[in-house]
Write a protein of this length. Sequence first.
Length: 459
Amino acid sequence: MWGLDVDRQLDEWLAGAEVVVTGQQPGLLGGPLLTLVKACAVSAEVARLRRAGHRAVGFLWLATADDDLPEMGWGRIAVGEGVVECRETAWRRGDSVGGVATVGTECARLLDSLDGRLSGESGREAVDLARECFKPGSHLGDAAGRFLGRLLRDTGVVLVDATTGELARAGAAAVEAVLTRLPVAWEALHDGTADMVRRGWTAPLRVTPATLPLFAFDGTRRHRVATHAGACPAERLAEFRRDPTRFLPNAWVRPLVQDAVLDTSVSMLGGAELAYHLQCLANWEIAGVRRPEWRLRPHVTVVCAAERRLAAQLQVGPEVLLRAKLPEHLLGGGKTRRAMRHLVNALESRLGAVESAAGHELPALRGDLDATRKRIASGLQWLEQRIETASAKSAEVDAARWSRLRAFLRPNGRPQERELSVLAPLLKLGLDWPAQLAEVVDPGHPGNHLLFWKEGGAW
């Protein structure tokens, strides 16, 4: 499916191989970069298991049944000193499930804007693939599946479409077990929520006994279904038994279905995903599903040759990127800023002495002194801003380098893997880079990996 030759992997799965799974919504230009990071972490864990002598196979569960379209309807890449975005502004939450959302012209417009701006062949190939997959009129699920399928073809990861009817039928027994014991499942969720609160954690899922943990599905949209005093109505249970493909699981039933269908051994999760899995912990037993090992996924920041050159020119390390301002050592007027700090400290000390003396001798001056302090603080703040502006102007070349560095490594002040799309590093590193990422990422290390590549070349 989606251009992947998966016969060998499926044969191993059917023969009882260990199963490593992760999941993510589809998105424009491949979705957030973390989609690819998660899939490559699965591939790396499968490779680790095989080296240890185990049969293993990996899956990426593409959550095409989600309907938060605005969350899926953006794409971002770093271009020069800034971040360029496309967004499907007409998409509204609940209008359809993501798998059948129709891609408009925004992706094509962004990709067309790159013509003549990419110097390497690898970047042009990535743009051509994105242009073919996300062309106007295509469905998001199919577009993202074909795009990711090309990228993952050498990683051994199998893509799964969450709205496939076979999955609904294969997971029906687990869902029915929850529906027939729904009041017990609600109680377990309440207990899980209370346990998280006791630990000082925020419970991510709202417990809603008034609605079934399933949506009715008409092929395009999903619809809430009411319970009967927290229990599954008999007619709804009968309808589900007749045709489970007419229903979609909600957020806490979905991982039960996933693990029931795939017989998951290891589930690679982000922090928020792990939190709602913990909240629902008891429901694996209620559903009669073996709970897999839950593993926090690794996080990745990709650094290319251009960024290494910029960092060397600016004499900055990775930790400096967490701050938005241009590093102080790059600004002009160092003596002026130091003198300004001395002035602020001296005025603060002198004002404190005047306030102390007046408190004993002239208490009626308190209001005047407060007003004076505010006027002085306002004047000093204005002067500090003017110094910053003048310093930045004297360092315009370094400021441009700094903006270009942050645009790729810390775009919009947020983690690269969350803010940029899958396409972004492919423009520098090419379509075969995901296989390289799968070889070097450490699936057992949940920290942030800084991984360095030569553009269009090796790690």
